[in-house]
Each structure stands twice: as C-alpha cells, then as structure tokens.
Design a protein around this ligand. Structure first.
Ligand code: ATP
Length: 432
C-alpha cells in the first residue's frame, strides 16, 4: 500500500493565510495516521495537498517514494471520505458504492460482486436498493466508506468522517473504521479535532497548531511525553494542570520547584534533574496530570500539596475536585478553541492551556526522532497570554464526603511531572 512523505510542505493561500507551515511527516505502509488539532490548524489543507486537490506553495509530496507534486488526483490511488458523505442522492446505495468501479469501466457482473462484498463487510447489504435519504446517518457514512474501499485504494484520506454522528454511533464506527483499514492494510490519514478519536484509532498522531506540526508519536508517546506545552494542554480529559514554578538547585541534593505558597522537590538522581537544573533562578512550567495526584491524610510526609477545594464536579464514575494550592496557572488563549470533552461548566477550560510570560531563551535541540516544532516566537512573550490562580484538578471517588471550602491534601507523583521551558518546549528532550 501507499507510503506518504511530506517534506517541508508549506501552503500559503492567495490572501496570505499560512495554512500549513513547513510540515514534514511520514506515513508508513499500512499505518493509520491521525492529524489532530483545533479548527483552522491546517488539517484539511494537508489532506487536500496529499490528494492533489491543492498545490503546496513549497515543499514536496512523495507517494511510494516518488515525487507526486504534479501527479493528477486520479493517478494518486487515493480515496477520500468526508464529513458530509457526499453521496449522490439520485443513486441507490448499490450504485453509489459501485460508482467508482463504473467510472473505471469494471464490467457489470464483477462490479455487482464487489458491491455485494463491500456492503456485506460494512453491514449494509440489506439496504442496497435504497436511496441515501432513506438511510440513517451511520448507514450513510458506511456507504461513503464503501464507495472509498470498493476501488481498493492504496491510501485512505478521511476528513472528520464521523463528526455528524451522535456519540454512541461515533464510538461504534470508530472501532469499525480502525479494524477495517487494518484488515485491508490500507495506509490512512484521518483528520479530526477530537482527541478521543485520535488516541483510540491512531497508530500515530500528528498534532498541529496554526499550521505548525507540534508533535508526532504513538498515542502513548504523545500523552506521556508531550513535546510541547500545547500538546500537553490539548491532550487529556481532564487536561493536564500547568503551573508556573521557580527553579532553585541544591547541587547534588535536590531541585526546589517553588510553586508560590508551596513547593515540590525533584531529587538529584531523577533522570531529568540535570536538564531542569539549567533553569536555576528562572521560571519554568510544571505539568501534572490529575492521575498523578492522590488524596492523602493531612500531614502525610513526602511530596504533598495542601489546598482548599474551590468546587466539585460530579461525573458519575468520579468526582473532580478543583484545588487552590496557592500556585499560578499557565493559560494560552488559543486553547479555548480546542474542544473540551469533559467539562459541562466550562471551568476546566479556564484551567487548561498555556501561557507564558517569562524571558525567552530559545532552546531548540531536536528530540531523538529529529522532530522539533518550529515555533515562530516565544509563546511566553505574547501579551495575549494570561496568568491566573491555579485550580488543580484532582480525581476523587464519586460523591466524596467533602465539600467546597474544605482542605484537601494530595500526594504528587514526582516522576510523572512534566517540565516545559519559556517557549513551551519540553525540557527533557531526547527522551523518545
Ligand atoms: P477545520 O477542522 O475547521 O476544517 P482545519 O484544521 O481542517 O479546520 P483548514 O481547513 O486546513 O483547517 O484551514 C487552515 C487555514 O487555512 C484556516 O485559517 C482557513 O481559514 C484557511 N483556508 C482554508 N482554505 C482557504 C482558502 N481557499 N483561502 C484562504 N484561506 C483558506
């Protein structure tokens, strides 16, 4: 099946919009690659460039190792599936699925056989005579999938194919699409703004922000070791807590991470200590996911923070407590555009995100996989970025015997902390 390589691809539209900014990305044979990011980050433009529907302003597109910039769309061996299905309303389901074969001149009998095979694999064999308006949303999406796979393409390009469906059906089709593409062994580039979709379906995820590639990796890699503050803040539900910290090094002993009213201590034998020690006397961003915080009894020794509960959010299977520990949160305004899946009252949205306001140092070492997003300027200098008192999200058992205003102590898993510099880059690079 088809391999894809984008080399330094940039797309600038005639009105000056930089939709894709110097993106390099490889998709291996049979790989399921998800492009993830908020609306307007350039996902669809990349997909359209791969399909040949849009020319890159600069850079190269290679299909199976061959330069494909000038290859017409129909010679690329790709099949696209869109959010709005794009079915022909006057054709039956069978005719819709078989249309690409008809165009390719496939005879009637083998065509009908292929249509029946595909329809049965997708569980829509019984609706072949119907018209699209006589189908449910899920069935329509299956027809669109059927039309894409019937030609046995080397590459699937899917642009938010499930976003018109309700959440139950979306989860069901998510699993179906994943297993179908793997069964067929077809390389796939799948565009979504939904992190749950990306993390559950992808072999690897590429995260974009304003046309710039932020990180590429397996779902586990990008979740456990996000390359940038943006990725850290974008992934996770509830999102990662991001706190401002001042660094003080006590050589050969430990590093104090001063959070304001309280502090955490990074032992000198922690593998990240030397990298963090470079920031002695400066401020960095410390990230901690809610799963790295465990409620403990007051006065428990060790890495413990204590704070007052600001509010509680009940989610049935768990309750989230939001704790004021006297720290400052890092907030980046464009995270507001990112979808928030877990919070009904929007307060998590306020918690999440990044800021930065410290002085720029511009560390730009590439990580081991050679990837380093080319951030145009220090996010920390942007006057739009704001600081606010942190409300640390902590996971509790459902409906705990505790109320807002009460004090809560939490143990912090120091080995699960994340560190980012003033430009929003992970401090312990070279980790993958
Ligand atoms: P969405 O999830 O909303 O579809 P996206 O991440 O797919 O967003 P793109 O559609 O790739 O984003 O658009 C990237 C940027 O390029 C946006 O700012 C968009 O407004 C802009 N853009 C897209 N097409 C054009 C065009 N033909 N002319 C000018 N600007 C464009």
């Amino acid at each position: 099946m088809t391999t894809v390589a984008l080399k330094d691809v940039t797309k600038i539209f005639p009105d000056g919009t930089v939709a894709v900014d110097n993106v390099s990305l490889d998709v291996a044979d049979g790989e399921f690659m998800v492009l993830l990011g908020p609306s307007g980050c350039g996902k669809s433009t990349i997909l359209r460039i791969v399909a040949g529907l849009e020319d890159p302003t600069a850079g190269a597109v290679l299909l199976n190792g061959e330069l494909a910039n000038d290859l017409p769309p129909r010679e690329r061996g790709v099949a696209m599936v869109f959010q709005d299905y794009a079915l022909y309303p006057h054709m039956s389901v069978g005719e819709n699925i078989g249309f690409p074969l008809k165009l390719a001149g496939v005879e009637d009998v083998p065509r009908q056989e292929r249509i029946a095979d595909v329809a049965s694999a997708l569980g829509i064999g019984d609706v072949l005579p119907r018209r699209p308006h006589q189908l449910s949303g899920g069935q329509r999406q299956r027809v669109a999938m059927g039309r894409a796979i019937v030609r046995r393409p080397g590459l699937f390009l899917m642009d938010e194919p499930l976003s018109n469906l309700d959440s139950g059906l979306r989860a069901e089709l998510r699993a179906e699409i994943s297993s179908l593409t793997r069964e067929l062994g077809v390389s796939t580039i799948y565009v979504t703004h939904d992190q749950a979709e990306a993390l559950t379906m992808a072999d690897r995820v590429a995260i974009l922000r304003k046309g710039v590639l932020q990180d590429v990796g397996t779902p586990t890699e990008i979740y456990n070791r996000p390359a940038t503050l943006y990725v850290a803040a974008f992934l996770g539900s509830p999102r990662m807590n991001l706190l401002e910290a001042s660094v003080y090094v006590h050589l050969d002993r430990y590093i104090t991470l001063n959070l304001g009213e309280q502090a955490l201590y990074l032992p000198w034998n922690d593998y990240r200590a030397r990298a963090v020690a470079h920031y002695h006397g400066e401020r960095i961003v410390v990230g901690v996911r809610p799963e790295a915080l465990t409620p403990v009894a007051p006065d428990t020794p060790g890495d413990v923070l204590t704070g007052r509960i600001q509010f509680l959010e009940h989610h049935g299977h768990e309750t989230l407590a939001f704790l004021d520990v006297g720290a400052t949160a890092i907030v980046l305004d464009d995270m507001a555009a990112a979808p928030e899946t877990q919070s009904s009252n929007g307060r998590l949205r306020r918690l999440s995100g990044l800021m930065s306001r410290f002085t720029g140092r511009g560390k730009q070492e590439p990580s081991e996989n050679g990837h380093r997003p080319s951030e145009p300027r220090s996010v920390l200098h942007d006057p739009q970025h704001r600081r606010r008192p942190a409300e640390l999200a902590v996971r509790l058992a459902p409906y705990p015997q505790i109320s807002p205003g009460q004090s809560l102590s939490i143990a912090v898993k120091i080995e699960a902390l994340h560190f980012f510099d003033d430009r929003g880059f992970r401090i312990d690079v070279g980790w993958r």
